[in-house]
Design a protein around this ligand. Structure first.
Ligand code: PAF
Length: 282
């Protein structure tokens, strides 16, 4: 484990960084192997890696969801250092949102549909905190998982529009052996719901295979995915869509970079996942 520093205020963070433009991995803690893969990659591409651990209140539309979000800062700090972080930033809310804070960052375009439609204000909270973090850290590169694919596209849009520092790097989703995408929310599933959740990666895999065989009609691809999801009655589909990989607008025919996005409710837990759909002839 490398010796690292834990900082909690803006001033401590800036003093610890000096002139260094590090790699940044923003997180809300509850670190799992998906986060650790981001940190490990950042450590191979940057001399110094900053991991932020902040459960951002402004991105939760449901106060219960915020209250129930898992928090174990001591474990997160140890795991971040072990994975290659040099600085862990663990701010109180007042260090991110100073008293009287009244500024919000709102992205339209890719933020409007899907998660943005179901979770009002969610992407405003994400865009606001990411803007503050990128401005404070001034990273050379920031790392985000493709698991939250819409979030990644919202952040790319935000980054380009506000000319925020460094590069945004999207990293592949890390999955359990049965294909379920790692998420801090998986821990809330009962054993039975955890078993049923396998239908999500199975549905995406079926769509990937059908696209690979040459199917370009989105309605047919969606029917393929829905047939797999419907095998699990406990699983309520919020959306299963095929979208343009940058704008997140729905497609009727497959185009290069197209993504299948799934959101379901299972056992009171919202689970999301996505895969790129490639047609070999496109
Ligand atoms: O993906 C997350 O964990 C959060 O949305 C992020 C990017 C750290 C902002 O709070």
């Amino acid at each position: 484990m490398s010796a690292g520093r834990v900082v909690a205020t803006r001033a401590e963070l800036r003093a610890a960084l000096g002139d260094t433009a590090p790699g940044l991995v923003p997180t809300m803690g509850a670190l799992h192997d998906g986060h650790l893969a981001l940190i490990a990659r950042a450590a191979t591409e940057n001399l110094l890696v900053v991991v932020s651990v902040f459960v951002n209140p402004t991105q939760f539309s449901d106060p219960d969801d915020f209250a129930r979000y898992p928090r174990d800062p001591a474990r997160d700090v140890a795991a971040a250092f072990a994975a290659g972080a040099g600085i862990v930033f663990t701010p109180e809310a007042s260090a991110i949102y100073p008293p009287g804070a009244a500024t919000r960052v709102e992205v339209a375009g890719p933020a409007l549909r899907w998660e943005g439609a179901v979770r009002p204000g969610h992407f405003i909270g994400v865009a606001t905190v990411v803007t503050i973090l990128l401005d404070l850290v001034r990273p050379a590169r920031s790392y985000f998982g493709e698991k939250d694919y819409q979030q990644l596209q919202v952040i790319r849009r935000l980054h380009a529009d506000l000319a925020l520092p460094g590069e945004i790097i999207g990293c592949p989703t890390v999955r359990d052996a049965d294909g379920l995408a790692l998420s801090s929310r998986n821990a809330r599933l009962s054993p039975e719901a955890r078993r049923a959740a396998r239908a999500i990666p199975d549905a995406l895999q079926a769509m990937v295979e059908r696209a690979g065989e040459g199917e370009t009609e989105v309605s047919a691809l969606i029917a393929t995915g829905e047939a797999v999801l419907r095998r699990e009655p406990a699983l309520a589909i919020d959306h299963l869509v095929v979208v343009d990989g940058i704008s997140l607008e729905p497609l009727t025919t497959l185009t290069p970079g197209a993504r299948a996005l799934i959101a379901v409710e299972l056992d009171g837990v919202r689970l999301i996942d996505n895969r790129e759909l490639r047609n070999p002839r496109l």
